[in-house]
Design a protein around this ligand. Structure first.
Ligand SMILES: Cc1cc2nc3c(=O)[nH]c(=O)nc-3n(C[C@H](O)[C@H](O)[C@H](O)COP(=O)(O)O)c2cc1C
Length: 239
């Protein structure tokens, strides 16, 4: 990608302490933590304080020289930066297939109507898409219903591939659909994400150390590129 621009921003996600039981329990047990762990998490979060680290969020563009090419947004919501890497990898593949692509945080997208297609993704927290992603999709439902759309999420449930975890991850992706029922995505998928303790709001660290035990980057670049390659023909088809 040409001229990749990386910006630094404050990790601003603050979801409060409520954890919707089922989805979070699914995530926790999927990673092998016991019900005792679930109780521990609730109280750890309740006691946790603030102190957010600076996080790098990727924003980049490519294919701008192809003035007649289809214009695609790969917009994402992220707390700790790793979903940006997934968005960038998707963007690269779409560019290679002939599109003009902007990879951006959803909160930095001024006018989504300038795009022919939108690939919208989010990190999963507490079983849900991040609020800014939900807000974006709900706000632009009418517009997105007229465009080519694809959804993706990044989550830790898929750090270990089992049928149970795949079901959980599938539910994560699909949970965006009722927020904008008029939108008919061409494709939707879940990718394994990454967890870096030093990049997340301090209040999450004890919890995530319990769940994930150690830092890890589970992003499967081959799977990400393959998904984007599969999506590209439908996405860049004119009309
Ligand atoms: C507070 C918090 C809650 C999370 N909850 C879930 C969850 O319910 N299910 C899951 O699969 N992953 C969960 N994760 C893992 C993230 O979805 C995963 O690490 C993702 O790749 C992070 O993306 P980001 O670096 O762009 O924020 C959680 C991570 C954090 C920090």
């Amino acid at each position: 990608m040409k001229n990749p621009k990386k910006i630094k921003a404050q990790c601003s996600v603050n979801r409060g302490n409520e954890f919707p039981g089922l989805s979070r329990r699914g995530f926790v047990t999927g990673l092998g933590l016991s019900a005792v762990g679930v109780g521990l998490i609730r109280s750890t979060l309740a006691l946790a304080g603030h102190g957010d680290p600076k996080v790098e969020f990727i924003e980049t563009s490519c294919g701008q020289e192809n003035k007649d090419a289809i214009k695609i947004l790969v917009g994402y919501a992220s707390c700790c930066g790793s979903t940006g890497g997934i968005a960038e990898a998707i963007g690269r593949q779409l560019c290679a297939a002939g599109a003009r692509v902007d990879v951006k945080l959803l909160t930095d997208v001024d006018d989504p109507s300038v795009y022919d297609g939108l690939v919208v993704g989010s990190a999963i927290q507490e079983g849900e898409w991040l609020p800014e992603a939900v807000k974006f999709v709900a706000k632009h439902e009418k517009l997105m219903a007229q465009k080519k759309v694809a959804y993706f999420v990044s989550c830790l449930a898929l750090s270990k591939i089992t049928a149970h975890n795949q079901k959980i991850a599938e539910a994560y992706v699909h949970s965006i659909v009722p927020k904008a029922p008029a939108v008919q995505p061409l494709a939707q998928t879940a990718f394994a994400g990454a967890v870096f303790f030093e990049k997340m709001p301090k209040k999450y660290v004890p919890v995530m150390k319990l769940i994930a035990k150690k830092d890890g980057d589970y992003r499967n670049w081959e799977a990400i590129r393959a998904w984007a390659d599969g999506l590209a023909p439908a996405m860049i088809k004119k009309g």
